[in-house]
Design a protein around this ligand. Sequence first.
Ligand SMILES: Cc1cc2nc3c(=O)[nH]c(=O)nc-3n(C[C@H](O)[C@H](O)[C@H](O)COP(=O)(O)OP(=O)(O)OC[C@H]3O[C@@H](n4cnc5c(N)ncnc54)[C@H](O)[C@@H]3O)c2cc1C
Length: 387
Amino acid sequence: MTSQYDLLLTGVGLANGLLALRLKACRPDLHVLLLDADAQAGGNHTWCFHEEDLSADQHSWIAPLVVHRWPHYEVRFPQLNRQLDSGYCCITSVRFNEVLRDTLGDRLRLNQTVASCGTNHAQLASGEVLRARTVIDGRGYQPDAALQIGFQAFVGQEWTLSQPHQLTGPILMDATVDQQGGYRFVYTLPLTPMRLLIEDTHYIDDASLAAVQARQNICDYAARQGWQLETLEREERGALPITLAGDFNRFWQNRQACVGLRGGLFHPTTGYSLPLAAALADALVAEGDFFPETLVSRIHQFAQAAWRRQGFFRMLNRMLFLAGDADRRWRVMQRFYRLSEGLIARFYAGRLTLADRARILSGKPPIPALAALRAILAHPSGRRPSQ
Ligand SMILES: Cc1cc2nc3c(=O)[nH]c(=O)nc-3n(C[C@H](O)[C@H](O)[C@H](O)COP(=O)(O)OP(=O)(O)OC[C@H]3O[C@@H](n4cnc5c(N)ncnc54)[C@H](O)[C@@H]3O)c2cc1C
């Protein structure tokens, strides 16, 4: 049967959205269709990234999506307050949706739930079947027994204040708050002088963050900062996977071309996926001879290389989640934030050097050595984790 499309992108979230923008710019000849169940592309998110996460070229193509930029950010811990002079950028899903609609026109079909998809076809909930040379599945995170995960769970609220907040940059982590049984911090983005996004964030073992408690935490935190909350503008929620260990081959077994969280393409310690999504989009359009049929193996190779690079992060996560008291996990992060700005930037970009790794592990550990060793060796199946 002949294909109607070169590429069918199912799920128009961050990963497929960025890929579609790159394809439109670099391969406008391809016949691409995007499908999403929602009424707008990108759902309800505020996506941030560190300036060092992207190359100069990536910054220029992603620029139309960026709504806020700050030249610095700060972190707060019980024994450390630090401002880092590293840029931080923010994309809103509202802007993302606008840019995708303008750029892709009728290549973007919204309110289309994909009931099932295979390598060359997608079936919609309506029964309609669409055929393509290749289908790329970007329908978001799907739990998989091949990965052992913890969670970064949060509730974020965007508030208009009755007085200016006076912040000049984001507070990426304020961990001076009551820890409530995990590693907890508050994340604040100053969107305008009168508007803040405040997120109550918990690194916890399961995804069951009580939203009512988190909302109360946000109000209590704002009161302590002296911010007078006036109007709640919107709320976003997440429970992002934090990888502790896993079996890459089992995860990819029988998997078609998957991108974004569905393809395991996220930072193991933060669950953030924007830098990898941008890098994958670039990698896929870079090839001179572009054949949709080769994308499955190219995405697999990209994911395999990312998985290998991320072994060190999974080990750190096991130390964060499995060693020491949950209420004292903040000590690991406080110690980390005493390291050099360059190392911290490379950590978030997922590009640690060997010297960075040695530096992170050197010195007096913030958790007992034996517990840390047990955590490093821990693996759900009793086998050594694949690195
Ligand atoms: C609230 C929130 C804030 C986050 N903030 C950041 C951040 O600041 N920086 C960062 O890098 N990461 C962030 N993340 C983590 C991660 O990068 C995001 O979850 C990111 O959106 C994942 O991209 P994705 O393309 O894999 O999936 P998504 O962006 O979640 O997209 C999946 C898409 O698939 C669609 N879909 C699902 N099922 C179907 C179906 N059956 N048929 C058709 N369509 C379907 C959905 O409607 C959705 O549009 C955040 C996550 C959340 C939840």
